[in-house]
Structures are given as structure tokens and as C-alpha cells.
Ligand binder design. Sequence first.
Ligand SMILES: NC(=O)c1ccc[n+]([C@@H]2O[C@H](COP(=O)([O-])OP(=O)(O)OC[C@H]3O[C@@H](n4cnc5c(N)ncnc54)[C@H](O)[C@@H]3O)[C@@H](O)[C@H]2O)c1
Length: 325
Amino acid sequence: MRKVLVVGGAGYIGSHTIKSLSKRSYDILVYDNLSTGHREAILYGRLVEGDLSERDKLKSVIEEFRPDAIIHFAGFIEVEESIKKPLLYYSNNTVNTINLIEVMLECGINKLIFSSTAAVYGNPEKTPVDENYPLNPINPYGQSKAFVEKMLQDISRSYDFNYVSLRYFNVAGADPDGEIGQKYRKATHLITRALKAAKGEIENLEIFGTDYNTPDGTCIRDYIHVSDLAEAHIDALEYLLEGNDSDVFNCGYGHGYSVKEVIETVKKVTGKDFKVVETARRAGDAPELVANNRHLLDTLKWKPCYDDLEFIIKTSWNWELNPKF
Ligand SMILES: NC(=O)c1ccc[n+]([C@@H]2O[C@H](COP(=O)([O-])OP(=O)(O)OC[C@H]3O[C@@H](n4cnc5c(N)ncnc54)[C@H](O)[C@@H]3O)[C@@H](O)[C@H]2O)c1
């Protein structure tokens, strides 16, 4: 049985990936400090509570478990917070990833799947964006991930070390079986906020900018269902385990929806109307951010199953109404 250490596995994407790993019969160990994750989200495998900054603990866990590979989700993810507290992001997302890689090299573990983000592209001039597009992050969050990507490139050239970096676009939805979903500190993502508005927990849902050069004037994003994204991790893992070289993949469906389309779909799925307020643009929002996912489709065995905005929103709504933790 192949062994995988899932760092940050108690979080939103990590817990869905654990479910996918278990379906493909992996032996799973989770290392997580539970800062934003939840013990109850780990449906399979064991949890060791620990922080990536605790090098000795991390080393003893890795030495004892001897994973075939590590999937690394741990990090902070809020753009606004990263602008207010950049050092927090460089410390947790960048420095702590250095800790992890150093310990991996010391223990002779040489395969890593890394959670990156479309935020490394910043505000691209053309979209769909492919993996060769220059990285130009416009906030500390995106920069903290871009640093890691650069580091991984250098490390894989100098050591016997291979990685896959997955650049996620807009991750959304919840487990179609309703067992797990996103439990967040702050609802910042559009779909989540729209569902909160449908539940009456938010009075006004804001649209930031209606004068973009897009068909309806609002921003367009590529929404990928979290369970499809989870599967991409296992496909990337198996790609590395088969002995392939390091690579980088965009993770999205290759087409997008506008803010207004998302809101209309939320109203349709939930059957609730709510007040929408049109306000000014937010600094740093790209008009359109859509993945060119050709490389992912051509290279890995990945096949999307849930490329359907209504389905994505239905699974999130189901989780909102019946959260299990
Ligand atoms: N959710 C998205 O839309 C999105 C988009 C692009 C990229 N990502 C990346 O995917 C990864 C996972 O995102 P998520 O949405 O599941 O976030 P999350 O906050 O739900 O999960 C992160 C997990 O890492 C753990 N963690 C954080 N710092 C740690 C540390 N120092 N030591 C040990 N554990 C630690 C948390 O407790 C949590 O369980 C992040 O690295 C994020 O940057 C997420």
C-alpha cells in the first residue's frame, strides 16, 4: 500500500483529497496544526497535530511513517489578510515550506505535490492563461506561493527531488455525498457569500465593479469543484510515483462565469432572492481569470466530473444547510 503524508489535510481541499486518496486505497497520515482545519474533516487516516515550524516533530513523523510522497496544503489563503500582514504569509507559506522541504531532503523523501494558486499570475493581460505565462503576483499571498514555486524549480535541479505544483483557480463546492465541506473563519469567496445572503446571514451581497470589459460588465472566474481538484492531486501523485519529472499544472475547467451569472445561479438553486448591491471595483481584481487546462488534460489522467456551475452550487448549498462539523 502506498503511503502519503498530507500536510494541511484537515482543511477544505485537503479533506476532500483525503477522501479521494482513500477511494484509491492509499495509507494516509495527516500532519496539521488545526489553525484553520478541523479534526472532524479527516474521514480517513490518522492525524498528528503539529506545526510545520516544529522541525523536530515533523522529522520524527516523516522518519517513522516513511511516506512515498507528501501532499502539502498547509498555508494561509486570504488575500486581504496577506496585504495587512505580509510577514505572516511569507512565514507560514514560504518559510514553513522551506522547513518541510529541508526535512524531506534529510529523510530522503523526494516527491511533493504543492498547492499553488492562480494568484501567481497576478492580473494577466490575456486569458485563458497557460502555465508559461510570466508570474507576476500582485499581493503577498500570491508572492508567497510564487517564491515557493521558484524554489521548487531550483531544488529539483540540484537534488534528486521531484514535485508537481498545482495552480488552483477558483475552488468551490463540497463533497457530493455531503460528508465534508468548507468551514471557514470568514466568508470571502463569492459563492459562499451568495449562499450566506440566500440564508439571510448577509444583508447585501456586493458586486465589486460592473464596468469591466466583459459581456455583462462583471468579473469572470473559472470555478472548479473541489472533488475534481482533489482527484487532480492523486493523478499528479501517481504521475510522480510512475517516475515522471517535475511539472506545473493549471487546475480549472477552462471556461468561466461572471459574478452576475454566479449570483443568478445561486438564486435559482436556492430558490431565494436577496439584495445585491453594485459598488466600485476593488483594486487588483483581474477582469477575467480563466485557466488554459490543456496541459493538465493532456498529461495527467484527470477527467473532470463536475464541470457544471449549478451542480457546484448545489453541493455547497447542501453543505450550508447540513454541515457535519
Ligand atoms: N481554497 C481556495 O480557493 C484556494 C485557491 C488556491 C490555492 N489554495 C491553496 O490550497 C491550500 C489549501 O487551501 P484550503 O482552502 O484547503 O485552506 P484551509 O485553510 O482550509 O486548509 C489549510 C490547512 O493547513 C493547516 N495549516 C496551516 N498552517 C499550518 C502549519 N504551519 N502547520 C500545519 N498545518 C497548517 C490548517 O490548519 C488547515 O487545515 C492552501 O495552501 C491555499 O493557498 C486554495
